[in-house]
Design a protein around this ligand. Structure first.
Ligand code: ADP
Ligand code: MG
Length: 686
């Protein structure tokens, strides 16, 4: 393969901040970052247009029809000044085939449109033979000034296409010459151009692009991901792990305290985990199970096996709140003491804890990211359990793996992960599934209510409270408008308090953690009966007595998130209810999503549907990118490409495990372009 020499870091200018582009100041950079979902030059380059305006055709004025995007070559014959305030300036133009009118309500570009001026005008035809505020007016003898095919990028309030045009051109100019990382035969078969050429065809087109350049770029991204995952899998296979045979005595005691028998699917998952623990290779396993499926007890039993074998075990939760929740569960069941390490454990207590982890006197610990900071030294970490992994990056997953060099890793997720995502982002893991829920649970009764019927909802809640129910009342908290949302949650708290008095509590992420903990504890103990909360309760909170979940502005949540929230009820033996309150003006798609949720409790169905809807349809509330992290590919739509990339990556690494051939070297560059695909770290550690 032909391959020109490449500068050691040809990508530095691409990873520079947007402000490094001429004419992009802080404010504009912030706006751009909001629209493109990143603040580097490369993010701009990967912000693909959703459509194109084709201004190439020149039409005779006689052929203009309302609704057309038209470019006409005309001469100005008449200028009619505004006939009064709020009246437009009207310019009559002709091309010999007829006449048309250009209309300006403000800022009429007088310099370009004097009588007799010959101009190219491009814009949307509104009335027959009328263009209001044309998009472009350029001198007829300088047609190059008119963008022939204009990308239409997704924008955000305050950001206009013209803001992006110059920075985009400059960003494209920064692209270095790159060797080809794809197989020549593949390129020939798919008729794909090179990376730079394809990106240019999309971002600065001279003609409207067909599907090929986008598919090529999607494949770049997919291949990067698959190569990175394949490298991790390979490394795991090569890396010796350790055997954790266990003795069973701690487990038996925990099961005795638990008091229930494990469900068949818990038994099955535990058997798979045990086989990995006993084997001398390293476990990397995902324990996937719907909310309430009973993952925590399975994880604890796995941890106890590590402890029985003389090793330590740790469980990492994404938030302090969840870590404390797990602590309570584990403490209730574990025959050995359980320690807690979070950011809020400081001073002497922290020092003692770190000492205990280092000398091995603390065998079981629960915590947050704090567990895996560089300062934490383990005596002998045998098993790391990560809860709610989807909130951690793939990077963190690896970091954790690197800690106890041979530690087994069990990841628990309560969000069912769609099949496609499993393949793309979790390809390095084995999967165990907990199907169904521990027996004896009634399905949750889910109903939809429009916001205008809120008083009825509240009356219903009053009746449930009279029957002794405990109620979650969730208000959305979307980071983009956090303050407003917080105000809404506080206002709801105040209004419910007016009606229900001291039995109402409030918990949200902006509170002091002690205050929030106290509210949750009061709710768990029944001292308060309605807990107004933001999504801080989304995962892990376990109050079996809570039987009613009200979700306000349900239309603003993702389906998977609603499912998580709903999973907070239905944990005990009593009938539980979930009331989804939606804004009256929501779209049909949003309504359909809520209806789907009403009709099923199957987390896998919901996850696949959520993924499909977010990938394509309308985006509600805060903009969410289809699949977190994908810039160019849509793993669902590009399913075929994904499978191709998986095979391609496997073959590539079989032939060239260290990426040392010319193609391998080029693939290293590809991995640098898509660093979220965990590759850089792997490459460094070989
Ligand atoms: P997850 O972590 O999967 O959301 P949990 O582990 O929190 O689920 O379990 C949900 C509830 O079900 C907890 O109250 C737990 O004690 C209970 N539970 C778990 N396994 C069983 C079982 N085999 N039999 C009865 N109850 C169970
Ligand atoms: Mg849980």
């Amino acid at each position: 393969m032909q391959c020109q020499p490449v500068d050691p870091d040809p990508f530095a200018p691409l990873f520079a901040p947007l402000t490094s582009l001429r004419g992009v100041a802080e404010t504009l950079a912030r706006l751009m970052a909001r629209a493109i979902g990143g603040d580097r030059v490369l993010d701009l380059l990967f912000h693909l247009p959703e459509s194109y305006l084709d201004r190439r055709a020149r039409l005779p004025l006689a052929d203009l029809r309302p609704g057309m995007l038209a470019t006409v070559a005309v001469e100005v014959v008449r200028i009619e000044a505004p006939s009064g305030r709020r009246q437009p300036t009207k310019i009559t133009v002709t091309d010999g085939s007829g006449f048309a009118e250009l209309v300006f309500f403000n800022r009429f570009p007088a310099a370009r449109l004097g009588i007799g001026a010959q101009v190219l005008v491009s814009g949307k035809v509104t009335e027959p033979r009328q263009i209001v505020h044309p998009d472009h007016i350029v001198p007829a003898d300088r047609p190059a000034l008119l963008p022939a095919v204009e990308p239409v990028w997704p924008l955000t309030a305050g950001l206009f296409a013209w803001h992006l045009r110059r920075p985009m051109a400059e960003a494209l100019a920064r692209l270095p010459a790159l060797p080809e990382w794809h197989d020549a035969a593949l390129l020939a078969r798919e008729h794909w151009a090179g990376f730079v050429e394809s990106l240019t065809a999309l971002q600065a087109p001279t003609e409207p692009p067909d599907e090929r350049p986008r598919r090529r770029l999607a494949y770049d991204e997919l291949l990067a991901g698959q190569v990175a995952l394949a490298m991790v899998r390979r490394r795991n296979r090569l890396r010796p792990g350790r055997a954790l045979p266990g003795t069973g005595h701690l487990r038996a005691e925990a099961l005795r305290r638990f008091g229930y028998t494990l469900t068949p699917s818990q038994v099955g998952a535990l058997a798979e985990i045990d086989a990995d623990l006993a084997a001398p290779h390293r476990m990397l396993r995902l324990l996937q199970g719907d909310v309430g499926a009973g993952k925590t007890v399975v994880a604890l039993l796995a941890m106890l096996r590590a402890v029985e074998s003389g090793a330590q075990a740790a469980m990492m939760a994404p938030t302090e709140l969840l870590a404390r929740q797990h602590l309570r569960t584990l403490q209730r069941l574990s025959p050995v003491p359980v320690a807690l390490l979070t950011g809020s454990v400081t001073g002497k207590a922290r020092a003692a804890l770190l000492a205990g982890l280092a000398d091995g006197s603390l065998p079981l610990v629960v915590g947050t990211h704090a567990l895996f900071q560089d300062k934490v030294v383990w005596h002998d970490l045998g098993l790391a359990v990560i809860d709610e992994q989807h909130r951690f990056g793939v990077e963190e997953r690896l970091k954790l793996g690197g800690k106890g060099a041979q530690a087994d890793v069990l990841v628990m997720t309560a969000t069912p992960i769609p099949r496609t995502v499993l393949l793309t982002q979790w390809g390095e893991m084995e999967v165990s599934r907990l199907a169904g829920k521990p027996t004896g649970r009634l399905p949750i009764r889910t109903t939809l209510h429009s916001l205008s019927t809120l008083p009825d909802v509240i009356d219903g809640i009053a009746r449930k409270l009279a029957d002794g129910a405990r109620v979650y009342w969730v208000c959305p908290l979307v980071t983009e408008s956090e303050l407003v949302d917080l105000a809404a949650a506080e206002a709801r708290y105040a209004s419910l308090r007016d009606r229900f008095g001291d039995s109402v509590g409030l918990a949200h992420g902006q509170q002091d953690s002690a205050v929030r903990e106290a509210a949750l504890a009061d709710f768990a103990a029944g001292r308060i009966r309605i807990l107004v909360a933001t999504t801080v309760i989304e995962v892990g909170v376990d109050v079996p007595e809570a039987t009613v979940m009200v979700i306000e502005h349900a239309d603003r949540f993702g389906l998977a998130q609603l499912h998580q929230l709903r999973g907070r009820v239905g944990r005990g033996q009593d009938q539980s209810f979930c009331l989804l309150v939606y804004d009256d003006g929501i779209f049909d798609t949003a309504k359909r999503r809520l209806t789907l949720l009403r009709d099923t409790e199957d987390g896998f169905v919901i996850a696949d549907e959520d993924y499909r809807l977010r990938g394509g349809g309308e985006l509600l509330g805060t903009r969410q990118s289809g699949t977190p992290g994908w810039k160019l590919a849509d793993p669902e739509r590009d399913d075929g490409l994904l499978r191709m990339a998986a095979r391609d990556a496997a073959v590539l690494l079989d032939r060239d495990p260290k990426l040392q051939t010319p193609r391998g070297a080029a693939v290293r560059l590809l991995l640098k372009l898509f660093p979220r695909s965990i590759s850089s770290r792997n490459l460094r550690s070989g």
